[in-house]
Design a protein around this ligand. Sequence first.
Ligand SMILES: Cc1cc2nc3c(=O)[nH]c(=O)nc-3n(C[C@H](O)[C@H](O)[C@H](O)COP(=O)(O)O)c2cc1C
Length: 309
Amino acid sequence: MTDDNHLSVLAPLRGVTIRCFRRAYAAEIAEAGFDEAVTPFISAMPGVDPLKDRELRGEKPEQSCCGKNIRLVPQFIGKDPAVLAQCLAAVRGAGWGFADLNCGCPFPMVRNKGRGSGLLKNPKTLEAMLKAGCETMGEGRFSVKTRLGVDSPGELHALMDIFNAFPLRYLAVHARTARQMYGGECDLDAFRRVLEAAKMPVIYNGDAQLFNLSAGEAQPFNFSTFQPFNLHGTMYGRSFIRFLGAKKDSAESLKRYIDMSLEELGHPSHVVGRIKELVAYWRELPVWRNRWPAVKISRSLDELRCAVG
Ligand SMILES: Cc1cc2nc3c(=O)[nH]c(=O)nc-3n(C[C@H](O)[C@H](O)[C@H](O)COP(=O)(O)O)c2cc1C
């Protein structure tokens, strides 16, 4: 999709770009030209083995994401540097060469406890987490995904001296504040200021459109406005998910995902919830607009299969 020097990354979407999804849509992920996928966050908790987390269970680092030549990077969320170091040592010991820190989760329950975007409000903890990450994974092997700030878009910029002190692999910036959650405009001016201040490679994230949905074709996002700076790559989330629903064979691939989910989860009702969450992203698309109401009210897997068509 993009040139060799521009990294194209599949964003972590908890509940959506999960392990089973990455397997079911492996061909589409590869076809879209992604170089790398970041897992939805794994909690860095004392005494919990990250290798047993459902995101990594059964995944082999040397096979990369979905068995294709796409790097899979485990993402961690937490606020205790020692616990983070333990988790990273475990994944590194199992052959994972890269890892990522969630510094952007906007949910009040998470950030008010100092995790996710809450790290931006605690510079000392942030610094200790970056140190633990870079020391455990090694130079250029630990990345961070963050936001422009929690309350205001200048907060990340004000912390750049801290980020710049570490040999990060990259800094992926969702160009919104945590208060904005997932809506409202991305602030490209504030993003540009971070880019100018950053010593490490920077990846853009936030409403980047990889695809022309009406044509169902891949279309590179226009980053000409950032040309004077060294933009390392782009991370795409919801536009890729919507693209899957716009494809001609979207119902067939969804049926494959339903079957694989049933095999994984065993319980039909869990599959229904998972599939509804995915199809909700497609409800405005021509093919799914009519099917969505029936999908939404499905109470059983049989009803869901009927609604999918
Ligand atoms: C349902 C959902 C789950 C998400 N889960 C994560 C996550 O686990 N880790 C993370 O860093 N970001 C997470 N994000 C944020 C996305 O990775 C991304 O930053 C955001 O959706 C903006 O990019 P987009 O406009 O390309 O979707 C999540 C977003 C959504 C909508």
